[in-house]
Design a protein around this ligand. Structure first.
Ligand SMILES: [Zn+2]
Length: 203
């Protein structure tokens, strides 16, 4: 009885070892986060609040918050650098990512306009996938402070020239005082970054 028990334990341990040793690792997904603007290009600005700074901070947080071994976050610009659109696309296409997310904040004349929206390009070979990612990201990132708007089409250079699914995420309106507050706050930026990560973890 004792011997049998021992044998079973050994067999159990061996099979656990085999399972662990030969478990196929999930394919690592490369996700490129493109913080829009940078350097001499401030993007939208309201007083001291600059689009280029907000999107850079959120991009950094997305990278820092990612603890998933199957996801590799690559930041297109690290620091406050100016990158030409062509340079961005060249880098993206070398990286060959599963998804490109370009981060921006919106600005319009009407202060009351609010919410998070996304753009995808019909000129991209990956239009359908891009659209689905855009919809998924809006569902995940929208919250009480950022109401969900629509996925729209725009023939943006980065979206149509990247050889991968590509989404331009307009995270909220700097022209809306409440959203400007939320987007500039540590808490708001953390929430947005965490929800981008939780979307990526579902892929
Ligand atoms: Zn922008």
């Amino acid at each position: 009885m004792k011997v049998k028990f021992k044998l079973l334990s050994v067999l159990g341990l061996v099979s656990i070892f085999l399972l662990v040793a030969f478990k196929p690792l999930g394919e690592k997904k490369v996700i490129v986060i493109d913080a829009g603007h940078g350097g001499k290009d401030f993007g939208a600005s309201v007083g001291e609040v600059l689009e280029k700074e907000i999107v850079e901070k959120i991009a950094n947080k997305i990278k820092a918050l990612n603890k998933n071994e199957n996801i590799e976050i690559v930041l297109l610009r690290e620091g406050d650098n100016f990158l030409e659109l062509k340079e961005r696309v060249d880098r993206i296409n070398v990286l060959n990512p599963s998804l490109l997310i370009s981060l921006h904040t919106n600005f319009v004349k009407l202060e009351s306009t609010n919410g998070i929206e996304a753009f995808v390009s019909k000129d991209s070979k990956y239009y359908n996938q891009s659209f689905n990612h855009a919809e998924g990201l809006l569902n995940e990132v929208s919250n009480d402070n950022l109401v969900k708007r629509d996925v729209k089409e725009a023939s943006l250079f980065i979206l149509k020239n990247s050889n991968c699914p590509a989404v331009n995420l307009e995270l909220g309106f700097l022209s809306n005082p409440k959203e400007k507050e939320y987007l500039s706050s540590e808490n708001g930026q953390n929430e947005i970054a965490a929800s981008v990560i939780s979307y990526l973890e579902k892929l």
